[in-house]
Design a protein around this ligand. Sequence first.
Ligand SMILES: *[C@@H]1O[C@H](CO)[C@@H](O)[C@H](O)[C@H]1NC(C)=O
Ligand SMILES: *[C@@H]1O[C@H](CO)[C@@H](O)[C@H](O)[C@H]1NC(C)=O
Ligand SMILES: *[C@@H]1O[C@H](CO)[C@@H](O)[C@H](O)[C@H]1NC(C)=O
Ligand SMILES: *[C@@H]1O[C@H](CO)[C@@H](O)[C@H](O)[C@H]1NC(C)=O
Ligand SMILES: *[C@@H]1O[C@H](CO)[C@@H](O)[C@H](O)[C@H]1NC(C)=O
Ligand SMILES: *[C@@H]1O[C@H](CO)[C@@H](O)[C@H](O)[C@H]1NC(C)=O
Ligand SMILES: *[C@@H]1O[C@H](CO)[C@@H](O)[C@H](O)[C@H]1NC(C)=O
Length: 749
Amino acid sequence: MKFLNILLVLFIVGCMSSPSMQSNLETYIVQVESPENQISTQSMSMDLESWYNSFLPKSIASTSSNEEVPRLIYSYHNVMKGFAARLSADQVKEMKKKSGFVNAWPERILSLHTTRTQSFLGLKQNIGLWRDSNYGKGVIIGVLDSGIFPDHPSFSDRGMPPPPAKWKGKCESNFTTKCNNKLIGARIFPKENGSPIDDDGHGTHTASTAAGGFVKGANVYGNANGTAVGVAPLAHLAIYKVCDSFGCSDSGILAAMDVAIDDGVDILSLSLGSSTSPFYSDSIALGAYSATQRGILVSCSAGNSGPSESSVANEAPWILTVGASTLDRKIKATVQLGNKKVFEGESAFHSKFFSTKFVPLFDPSLNASESDSSYCGSGTLTDRAVKGKIVLCMIGGGYTRIAKGQAVKDAGGVGMILINRIEDGFTTSADAHVLPAMDVTYEDGMKIIDYMNSTKKHVARITFQGTILGDQNAPVVAGFSSRGPSIASRGILKPDIIGPGVNILAAWPTSMENNTNTKSTFNIISGTSMSCPHLSGVAALLKSAHPTWSPAAIKSAIMTTADTTNLANGPILDETLLPASIFAFGAGHVNPERANDPGLIYDTPVKDYVPYLCGLNYTNREVGNLLQRKVDCSEVKSIPEAQLNYPSFSITLGENPQTYTRTVTNVGEAKSSYIVEIVSSQGVSVTVKPSTLKFLKMNQKKTYQVTFSRTANSSTSGVVQGFLKWTSNRHSVRSPIAVVLEETATLDF
Ligand SMILES: *[C@@H]1O[C@H](CO)[C@@H](O)[C@H](O)[C@H]1NC(C)=O
Ligand SMILES: *[C@@H]1O[C@H](CO)[C@@H](O)[C@H](O)[C@H]1NC(C)=O
Ligand SMILES: *[C@@H]1O[C@H](CO)[C@@H](O)[C@H](O)[C@H]1NC(C)=O
Ligand SMILES: *[C@@H]1O[C@H](CO)[C@@H](O)[C@H](O)[C@H]1NC(C)=O
Ligand SMILES: *[C@@H]1O[C@H](CO)[C@@H](O)[C@H](O)[C@H]1NC(C)=O
Ligand SMILES: *[C@@H]1O[C@H](CO)[C@@H](O)[C@H](O)[C@H]1NC(C)=O
Ligand SMILES: *[C@@H]1O[C@H](CO)[C@@H](O)[C@H](O)[C@H]1NC(C)=O
């Protein structure tokens, strides 16, 4: 997977950047107090700039001409009071003495974490949510990513209205002519990096997934052929290029969010992230908080560090955190061995008119001259014996799947079998390989190696069956999709939701087939980077259909209506094909049509985050940094995390019962009545009071109490999952419940 690779590239860059020849300066993000107390102001933004500049070192006397001088890179206005600047460690030390200084940290480098999708999600032309939302008309989705390939037909503005009057964004640099009524903004962070053109492909893919227009006959080597369209095809796109081949710096991400808030975006889509950190020092959490305050919904990828526990990123409760699952589509390939055994896998190589003859297999790890050869790293396949053979390559080692194929091809190999990691389970990847190649599970890979060990004359043949629809196991949680529980806030269930993120076809800057005759170029890739823009698109549709809904209301509508069963009507499975944990899928798989009419919503007024943050035991200063104002937690009635008015529950339960309240708002029929249904597994009792909620008006609010306690025969530890569901004759509003049973020494059996 490419994301793994980007992470590795970053790691290498990170190692090399410290003993830099030219400069001992690093980019720091510096947080300062609001200038109000410090200086009197007329023009706020002018004074902010000079206030920020007053923190920079004045004396640059000792710098010789070829040395870099300290300088301001970004001034932040919305996301925080502060700036990013090139500084030395000593200069930061000096700065700390100045009055008004709050905090400084070196910038972190974050990593970047279709046709079938829309009908799989139940979106149909001229009916339902697409009709009600007018395909997302009038809504602006801001995409922070690697830029955009503007000439792609997915970004044509045929049938697009001009941007709404509130739009203040623009197309920077020499890009103006490239913009149109679909692509209404394109900015670069930092500006010196030139053009918003996407030289990676990732940003083009995510933007078209969220809001690409209809393009007929989209496919890769004939695979996944159909009409490509984004989730919200009439929404506008504003591109903020924050990533290049080195990764995505959080100083630039903050600057992009800062500007996007003023530009007037409605949704922010971030398919990037790093590992968990407390919200006050997590740039995406900081920026997303300010965006949420301004009514912008922020949708983020959960990360590709699954299936390890507690690997979820972007976990603040004001963010929609999106995990990844499969479609019902497979792009099938088959390997036959000389002993007649057959293994199925996936590949986006030619679907038709192609099959390799039986040829010998080659396992580079058996004859390793280079330590990386089992990963088929570029230049590691030096053995002449590779020629004419199908090569077995392990996933990983810092090489992309496509690059491994290229290495095999360069070494004279005629085919490749990619063997997954054991933890990938049954999640396989269909890539647009440069030679006949396919991806198999670890288990099947080992069987193929066993066969090689069993005979000297080992041969195999790969054939391609192409696109097969109707996998009844779908949606299956992808092995790579990051898992909860959240580390930054255990009391909030994360990820919130899953959406399509495996083998997603969407726009790409170049032809994977080296076909220069077409502008209609697509690629199939996987990651929570792909599921995030699906949810950003769904949020745009809901925003268009319900312009008054807050970000929290949209999130609630998506979560309480999610599907919790697969196409076969069984429980949602994970990469092992066993029922997935609630920490893998949160509220479930997005169901856009149902989200359009949720009945009740759990709204979270922004002011509720204050007692929540104090309840996380952050210091006054830490809470103040997030909220950009002075906060005294001793004057705020702090609440436990699980008391936040959130559409799901994540409870850590000891011996004592815990009671929380929730408030729901009626957005269904004015006159309606809901009764509660509770399903809890063994060991935990859940009670709700009252058990009936009667509404007489629209937007009427009702509060209920829910109590969690252990039953007498409760086991000592483990995770128990259940849900509570409010049902009327037209709606069902479901909240998932995760209970982690704490070991209790005093409980005696
Ligand atoms: C914009 O300028 C950059 C160099 O600064 C160039 O690489 C790019 O092709 C130009 N883009 C357009 C759309 O002209
Ligand atoms: C894709 O589908 C369209 C419409 O069914 C068809 O005309 C076209 O030939 C197909 N393309 C490929 C490469 O299979
Ligand atoms: C291992 O490498 C040697 C030297 O390159 C070569 O002669 C031999 O055939 C290789 N063995 C296998 C099993 O490919
Ligand atoms: C496309 O062209 C490049 C450069 O010539 C080559 O390395 C690559 O293998 C080609 N890809 C395919 C699918 O033929
Ligand atoms: C195949 O044989 C090699 C060398 O004899 C051994 O190291 C390896 O574990 C065997 N692999 C399997 C899957 O049996
Ligand atoms: C905050 O501190 C209180 C009191 O020590 C403790 O009960 C609570 O669990 C802490 N909350 C978190 C989120 O750590
Ligand atoms: C545990 O107790 C509950 C009632 O408190 C009962 O319904 C359940 O069957 C019991 N489970 C076992 C395994 O004894």
